[in-house]
Design a protein around this ligand. Structure first.
Ligand code: NAD
Length: 510
């Protein structure tokens, strides 16, 4: 069976035939008049589909539709809006296997991680349905007699969602499920590297919308950088949620800020695990291997740096090397495979370039380091023993590949300083049995990242917490906790139920 046939078969299991259209709004699917998007699966590097994309006119029609729909959608009670998200969750439950396999096929993460990504969508739907009855505001004591002051949250408007290739479906769901219960409509521009994943997801969303008389709440505007730029510059979209690299995120942030819009930025990470002298090395090894090798190092939360105490670094390197030698590389849909390919030729080149730099800067490759020959974008998971981080500039970059830099340190304090010495601030972890080390790491003088874990690796967050990072990672928060507030506008209301008109701060004006 050809690779294109496999894609077609997976889509057919979800009841999707002929996935060539790239634009979907309230009026249905159409190809779009923009340049075609080519889906290349990374396992064999074969073209598997060509999909239409938006030109400027298509894009304007989609955004106008989202605006019109918003005016009606915002007036529905939030728990009724929750019914749409409940229906989406049901579609995802029914098609979890097929959608998860499509993610594995087109993006390259292994099947189990593909299914995990769809489970994350289901989880956020459950969370959002509950949230639809909990969009709470505060009641605040007024200083004036017979006055009541309160805060309420209203829908904001249509949201532009721009997503990255590595979580081709879950990141849309994090945004779309929360935005929908908050009363917002959405225009999604997915990564052009994973168009089939977004088209399949949109088809499942279509069925949920049809069931809830909610056509047009979630729209799809496929395309490349141009569509992303239109979203960033578009004043009709008061909020832009952007997930991607720091370089592009910086451009998007400037454009959105230039029109005084709001953005949620979920950008690159450079995540570290600290292994203290007293760490449980068995736990630490397993967490590091999952964090560094999982998704072939292509998670924003992938473990890229390890700071191990000098007394345990050799033992840890030995354990990591042995564990790496058992990692089976291959077709992500095959049983037993733990690491699939990188997503593109450009990613393979970035892997090679980072290792050239690492060697030139004094790093030693302890394990891996090679491109795997024979078609597809496969590389070996790689461990580099690194000199001091200040002498090793390559460790400051996020190379989206399975490269792990291991540093030796003399104390937890030194490790925390080194961990924080990069510009990114997404995820971090410490392995220790010491309460003092753990609490220092979590304290204001500890990790400066948006995520800080103790005896858990850097990747694999749950949806219940707010997800995101500090510094160049962008400061955005998505998913659980009170991240929903970014999708709504806050209103402070004061009601005077007395017969006088007292002024605040005791001001008299008679
Ligand atoms: P990317 O920055 O190349 O692309 C991201 C999205 O931006 C794509 O949809 C792309 O088409 C679009 N885009 C490209 N140029 C644009 C422009 N000029 N204006 C507007 N949009 C534009 O990122 P990628 O390679 O797809 O994904 C990998 C990156 O994403 C990594 O840096 C990773 O850390 C990051 N990421 C972060 C998170 C997070 O939650 N922090 C999650 C996933 C991925």
């Amino acid at each position: 069976m050809s690779r294109a046939d496999i894609a077609e078969k997976i889509l057919a299991r979800m009841g999707i035939a002929g996935a060539g259209d790239g634009v979907r709004d309230e009026d249905g699917w159409r190809p779009g008049n923009g340049p075609p998007i080519v889906s290349v699966e990374p396992t064999g590097a074969h073209e598997v589909a060509r999909i239409g994309s938006c030109d400027r006119d298509d894009y304007d029609v989609v955004v106008e539709g989202a605006r019109d729909r918003f005016h009606e959608w915002r007036a529905r009670p939030a728990p009724v809006r929750g019914e749409l998200v409940r229906a989406l969750g049901a579609e995802l439950r029914e098609h979890k296997e097929a959608l998860g396999e499509l993610v594995a096929f087109e993006m390259g993460k292994i099947r189990s991680e593909g299914l995990g990504e769809v489970q994350e969508m289901i989880d956020i739907c459950d969370f959002a349905v509950g949230l639809s009855r909990q969009l709470y505001g505060l009641t605040i004591a007024s200083e004036r007699p017979k006055h009541r002051m309160m805060e309420q949250w209203h829908p904001l408007g249509p949201v532009g969602i721009v997503t990255a290739f590595n979580f081709p479906v879950a990141v849309w769901a994090w945004n779309a499920a929360i935005a929908a219960v908050c009363g917002d409509t959405c225009v999604w521009k997915p990564s052009p590297r994973t168009p089939l994943c977004s088209i399949a997801t949109q088809h499942l969303a279509d069925r949920a919308m049809a069931r809830c008389d909610a056509e047009g709440v979630w729209a799809l505007a496929s395309g490349g950088a141009d569509v992303g730029t239109w979203i960033a510059e578009d004043p009709r979209l008061p909020l832009v949620s952007f997930t991607g690299s720091i370089r592009i995120g910086r451009e998007v942030a400037a454009k959105v800020a230039g029109r005084l819009g709001r953005s949620i930025l979920e950008l690159g990470g450079n995540n570290a695990i600290i292994v203290a002298e007293d760490a449980d090395l068995d736990l630490a090894t397993r967490a590091i291997v999952f964090g560094a090798v999982g998704t072939a190092g292509q998670r924003c939360t992938s473990t890229r740096r390890v700071f191990a105490h000098a007394k345990v670094v050799d033992e840890l390197l030995g354990r990591l090397t042995r564990a790496y030698s058992t990692v089976k590389i291959g077709d992500p849909l095959e049983n037993g495979v733990l690491m699939g390919p990188l997503c593109s030729e450009a990613s393979v080149k970035a892997f090679e370039a980072a290792l050239v730099a690492a060697r030139a800067q004094g790093g030693t490759i302890v394990r891996g380091g090679e491109v795997v020959p024979g078609g597809g974008y496969f590389v070996e998971p790689t461990i580099v023993r690194a000199p001091r981080q200040e002498d090793f500039p390559i460790a400051h970059d996020e190379t989206f590949a399975p490269i792990l830099y291991v540093f030796s340190v003399d104390s937890v304090e030194e490790a925390i300083d080194a961990q924080n010495a990069v510009t990114q601030g997404l995820s971090s972890a410490i392995f220790t049995e010491s309460m003092r080390h753990a609490e220092r790491f979590l304290s204001p003088i500890g990790s400066d990242c948006g995520i800080a874990n103790v005896n858990i690796g850097t990747s694999g967050a749950e949806i219940g917490g707010a997800f995101g990072g500090e510094k160049d990672t962008g400061g955005g928060r998505e998913s659980g906790s009170d991240a929903w507030k970014a999708y709504m506008r806050r209103q402070t209301c004061t009601v005077n139920w007395g017969g006088e008109l007292p002024l605040a701060q005791g001001v008299e004006f008679v």
